[in-house]
Structure formats: C-alpha cells, structure tokens
Design a protein around this ligand. Structure first.
Ligand code: SF4
Ligand code: SF4
Ligand code: FES
Length: 257
C-alpha cells in the first residue's frame, strides 16, 4: 500500500493553551487552527478556555470574545454578522458553515474551528478564495441585455421571476465548493458548485439574452462534468440552497437544447 506523509512543515502541531482567568464555572474549550506565514513556523492548534456565561450564542461571538479578551492576534474574516455577506465561512465541528449563524450550543464537547477545507491558508482561519473569485468572474455574473438602454425597465413574468428563487439568495460563501471532493482535486479547472449555481442563475434569467453563449461557455468536460452528484455541496450550504440541483439543471438544458 502506498504511504503518503505530509511534508514536515505542513504538520499541524499542538499550540498554546490559554487558561481561563475569570474563575468562571461555565468554561468551554475552543481549539482553533493557527498559522502565520511570516513566522516560518508550522500550523498549530491553540486552545482557549472561554467563559460561556458572558458569551453570546454564535461561534462568531466566541471568536470575537477570544480576539477582544484573550488573544488579539487571532485572524478571521467577518463583516455583516447576519448571514448575509458570506465572509465568516469556516469549518466548525467538522462542518462548513457561517460562524455568525452557527450556534455554539449545538456543538457537543470541545469546539473545533478550522478554515474552510482544501484552500490555501492566508492566515489562521482565512482561506485563499482568489481562484474561486476568478472563476466567478469568468461566468460574467451580470445581466446581458442589449435592449435595456431603450427601456426603463425589463419586465419579467411572476413565473419567470420565481425561477430565480433558490439561486439569488446565494452569498458566495464557498461552503459548498470547499465541501466538494471534485473541487478539492480539480479546483483550478472544475468551476465547482458555488460558481455553477451562479452560472445557472444567469442562464435561467428570462431577461438575459445570452443563454446560448452562457451554456456553451460552461459545457466543458472539466468545468461542468466533473460534478459526480455526490451532494456534499447541498448538505453544506448554510442558506439551504441546492447547488447540485442547479448543476443538474444546466446538464439537462445542455442535453435538451
Ligand atoms: S454534487 Fe457535484 S458539486 Fe456537489 S459536491 Fe457533489 S460533485 Fe461537488
Ligand atoms: S450555494 Fe450556498 S454554500 Fe454555496 S456559495 Fe452559495 S450560499 Fe454559499
Ligand atoms: S459575518 Fe457576514 S455572513 Fe457571517
């Protein structure tokens, strides 16, 4: 059997232990992935004892508490705190999700927090999404309609508008793409569920005039057909969307047009 070992500098080591200083009787241990490329050191897992009596309910509150009261060097993305911007996506308790909507009370035992899987790490909990954003740009996620200059608005029937439901809500958090095994292994070529759901959102928009060109652009062995309908993406979406269905719809449109 082939044995694959991680390079020595990729091994995640045991990090610092931050004991509670408040004397609280309600303590939880929070294990957080840490890596700072400027130090040249290996990644490590730091453990923080956190006083839960004075911590609001979400994992993001927990991280903010650690950053504000225990260790200001902890680095992560966040902005809206309301599940709207997608920036606080990370892996909590082994599952991708949004730290600002995930309740820490749902997690049994120690709370383990990692960056989204299979991304290059920029620092601590921040994954590098530049490939995903380039892929997003490649599908040209904007309305293409040449007649729009002559009209004040482009009308759409209620039925056509409803075809965007389950698509427009996507916040591009990347929880789905980073849960997809096909994207793990071919992330530079396969567009992945987040970008394909967005591609479908424009393909199916009745106001857009470039449906054929859009379909042609994604009809590619690597860009689209690397999806093997494993469904991890749909299970991972914190907004309850179904990227696997959107991908299947693109495949169906290609097969029938
Ligand atoms: S259904 Fe397709 S996109 Fe979703 S996890 Fe599986 S392979 Fe990835
Ligand atoms: S489909 Fe869901 S998981 Fe994927 S990027 Fe959009 S909101 Fe995030
Ligand atoms: S901070 Fe915006 S989605 Fe969590």
């Amino acid at each position: 059997m082939v044995q694959i070992n991680l390079p020595e500098n990729s091994k995640v080591k045991k990090g610092k232990y931050y004991r509670d200083k408040t004397g609280s009787k309600n303590i939880r241990k929070v294990n957080v992935y840490r890596w700072d490329p400027s130090t040249g050191e290996n990644p490590r897992i730091d453990t923080y004892e956190v006083d839960m009596d004075n911590c609001p309910s979400k994992v993001l509150d927990l991280l903010n508490k650690i950053k504000n009261e225990i260790d200001s060097s902890l680095t992560y993305r966040r902005s809206c705190s309301h599940g709207v911007c997608g920036s606080c996506a990370m892996n909590m308790d082994g599952k991708n999700g949004l730290a600002c909507t995930k309740s820490h009370a749902e997690i049994q035992g120690d709370i383990n927090i990692y960056p989204l899987p299979h991304l290059k790490v920029i620092k601590d909990l921040i994954g590098d999404l530049s490939i995903l954003y380039r892929q997003y740009e490649s599908i040209e996620p904007w309305l293409k309609n040449n007649s729009k200059k002559e009209k004040k608005e482009i009308l759409q029937s209620r039925e056509d508008r409803s075809k965007l439901d389950g698509l427009y809500e996507c916040i591009m958090c990347a929880c789905c793409s980073t849960a997809c095994p096909s994207y793990w292994w071919n992330g530079d070529k396969y567009l992945g569920p987040a970008v394909l759901l967005q591609a479908y959102r424009w393909i199916i928009d009745s106001r857009d005039e470039e449906r054929k060109e859009r379909l042609k652009k994604v009809a590619d062995e690597l860009k689209l057909y690397r999806c093997h309908t494993i469904m991890n993406c749909t299970n991972a979406c914190p907004k309850g969307l179904n990227p696997a269905k959107a991908i299947a719809s693109i495949k169906k449109m290609l097969a029938t047009t």
